[in-house]
Structure formats: C-alpha cells, structure tokens
Design a protein around this ligand. Structure first.
Ligand code: DHB
Ligand code: FE
Length: 312
C-alpha cells in the first residue's frame, strides 16, 4: 500500500507555518532554508515510506552525534565538506580566479593558538619514536606568484597512532604537539621538522562510525598534513597534503584528496644531507610551494567565521 500526503494543501500550508513563513518575526534566510530542508524531508518520508521506527532511529542517532560532539566528523564523511569545496572552486572559476594550490577540507581538528615562530619550527616533541623524521619546506607566493615574506603558515597533523593533540583519547600528547604557526621568512620560505603522520580513523564505536558501517563504508583517512595559509592582502587558503604512497590516498572517507596535493617524498640516507639539516639519522623530505589568491574587492569572499564553532 502506498500512501502519499505530501501534496495535500494542508501539508503544504503546514510546512509554511512550521518554517515561520506565515509570520513577520524571526530571520528571513533561516525561514527560507528551513522551509526548503523540511520540504525535502517531508517528501522523502512520504516517497520512501520511512517508518516511525526508522525515523526515531535517526533522531536517536542525531542525539548521539551531538552528545559525542561529532557533527563536524560526520560532515566530511558524508561528503558535505568536499561538496562545499567543489562549489567554492566553481564560484572561483566563474569569477576567473585560479587556485594554483588547490583548497581542500579543514576537517574538525584544528586548534587555534599554536606556538608561533619565524621561518622554521619543530612540530613534534620527539616522544613519538615510531615516526620517521620529516623535513617539509617551500615558498609561499603572493597573487603575482612572487615570494610572500610574512605569510602565516599554520600546520597541524596527527601522530603515528592517528591521534591529534587536544583530541587524543590516551591523553599522552602535550597541548599543541604537532601544531605550529610559522611566519614565512624574508624570502617567503617556511620550513618545519616533524615526523611523518599515520592515517587517521574515526573513533571506533562512535556514532560517526556506526553510520559509515551501515553504509558499508570505512572511516579511515590516508596520512595527511593540514594547512591554513594567510596574509592580510590575500584570501586565506585551507588545504592539506597527503603522504605519497599511502594506500588510502584514493579511498579517503573524508574525500579530501586532490590532484596537486600529493607532493613527492624524497628519502635521504646520506651523511651530508643528514648533517646539513642538523639531524642524526635518515629522514624524508617534502618540498611544497604554496600560492595564495587575491582578495576580491578588498575582501576575502570565502572567509568563514563559523567553521571553528562546528569543530569536534
Ligand atoms: C576527520 C578527521 C580528520 O583528521 C580530517 O582531516 C578530516 C575529517 C573526521 O573525523 O571527520
Ligand atoms: Fe586530519
């Protein structure tokens, strides 16, 4: 038996009422969005014959997601973060703005306030002994593709267990471990020493993982390093690089992998390069230049002030 009530005039009028479209108070944009989303949801319940049991399973899951602070974790898992990036790309293409360094998702695990230094920083505290030493460096460029001294490079990544400081369930990492802010030097250069991170997985047994499992999907990301790159006269760039060779590079549950964001890794075993970098053993080197894009009529048309509130 198929019963459909969506098209009934009383249901259509009910949607307007519950969205506040028939009153003059509140926020017009909020009403418009709520009306559209509720319309789509009512229609889906009708079309798919979503049962009360199924509906209340969904509500319980939303409560679990909220209680676990994981709305920002499932959002990339459901591809919304990547979809928003694709839209920003399309808007830029329509405006004729080229992004030589592709943007990709922020993820939910950025923490503001990391220690700041000029030119160089060491990100790790040396306690993650499983990590291979990494030297990463490059030049930040302005919108004219010239080096940009003073650009701010914020970088963060997880350890070899896949845990980020501040979100480490074992509590073993000090605040801001593997998180730093590097100000590009007088030649626009940034450089850091750290360890190669491992891949990341959503917390086992979490509501995020439960939904992914029900979809037949995993909650794993390839090893990656996050960046915010900013300068007062340019748009802020949010991006990541993937660690070349990770088997999940094209199977990222957060869909963040993009062409141009998998730089080559050079392995160094020779005494000369080891000494040159002041290290005492073999290391991996990644060179990655970064290109910022111009402000639009003096403003960053993509500035996003609410994103941090959605963090886990
Ligand atoms: C998630 C975690 C990450 O480290 C990341 O970069 C993106 C998403 C997550 O748990 O959803
Ligand atoms: Fe991440």
């Amino acid at each position: 038996m198929t019963v459909k009530i969506f098209d009934r005039p009383d249901v259509q009028s009910f949607l307007k009422t519950l969205s506040g479209l028939d009153n003059s108070k509140g926020n017009a944009r909020m009403k418009e969005i709520t009306h559209r989303l509720m319309t789509d949801l009512f229609r889906a319940i009708d079309d798919l014959n979503i049962t009360p049991d199924e509906y209340w399973t969904g509500i319980a899951w939303l409560n679990d997601i909220g209680a676990a602070g994981q709305a920002g974790l499932i959002s990339p898992g459901l591809g919304l973060d990547h979809f928003i990036d694709e839209r920003l790309d399309a808007i830029d293409a329509a405006l004729g703005i080229d992004n030589p360094t592709p943007r990709t998702i922020e993820g939910p695990l950025y923490v503001a306030g990391a220690p700041e230094s000029v030119g160089f920083a060491r990100l790790d505290d040396g306690r993650d002994l499983d990590g291979q030493t990494l030297i990463m460096h490059g030049v930040v460029h302005d919108a004219d593709k010239k080096p940009l001294p003073g650009a701010k490079v914020e970088v963060w990544h997880c350890d070899t267990r896949g845990f980020y400081s501040h979100f480490d369930p074992t509590g073993l990492q000090a605040p801001f471990n593997m998180r730093r802010t590097i100000i590009a030097d007088e030649n626009g250069r940034y450089k850091f020493q750290s360890i190669l991170p491992s891949g990341y997985g959503v917390p086992p047994g979490s509501p995020t993982e439960r939904l992914l499992s029900a979809l037949g999907r995993h909650g794993q990301r390839p090893a990656h390093i996050h960046f915010f790159v900013s300068d007062p006269n340019h748009r802020k760039l949010t991006t990541q690089i993937n660690i070349e060779g990770d088997p999940l590079i094209n199977d990222d549950f957060a869909y963040a992998t993009r062409e141009g964001l998998v730089p080559a890794i050079k392995e160094h075993n020779d005494e000369n390069s080891i000494r040159e970098h002041g290290l005492n053993g073999p290391f991996a080197e990644i060179e990655f230049d970064i290109y910022l894009t111009p402000l639009l009529d003096g403003v960053d048309n993509q500035a996003n002030e609410q994103r941090k509130r959605a963090a886990a």
